[in-house]
Write a protein that binds this ligand. Structure first.
Ligand SMILES: [Zn+2]
Length: 114
């Protein structure tokens, strides 16, 4: 017969009940923000914390403000790179590689001559 049930040294329910959950004592306040696209978001903040004047809209990423009538203006973003810009970038990379290759081969040739 093997040893049967080993009783482990852990106690279930050690410690006072109900104190394990944190943040229960801090009251929270819900602040509603609207973005320029009319999306509404209501994050909640601890009452004693300062509520931010604007909040990033989780749906479109625009800044949202507490004033429904006057949401913050969308920030002016850098224009998206066009496909052509990407191609140009890639080409200059290729040019750079070619120049490097040329320089290396020149260097190798130079070494062979010496
Ligand atoms: Zn939005």
């Amino acid at each position: 017969m093997a040893g049967g049930n080993a009783i482990r040294g852990t106690r279930v329910g050690a410690g006072p009940m109900g104190e394990s959950e944190r943040g229960e004592t801090a009251p929270r306040i819900k602040v509603t923000y609207w973005c320029a696209n009319g999306h509404k978001t209501s994050p909640s903040f601890a009452c004693d914390a300062e509520q931010p004047e604007s909040w990033d809209c989780p749906r479109c990423g625009l800044p949202a403000g507490p004033d429904h009538e006057a949401p913050p203006a969308p920030p002016r973003n850098e224009p998206y790179k066009t496909h052509l810009a990407y191609v140009k970038e890639r080409r200059s990379d290729a040019d750079g590689a070619a120049i490097l290759e040329e320089a290396l081969s020149r260097l190798r040739k130079h070494r062979e001559e010496v």
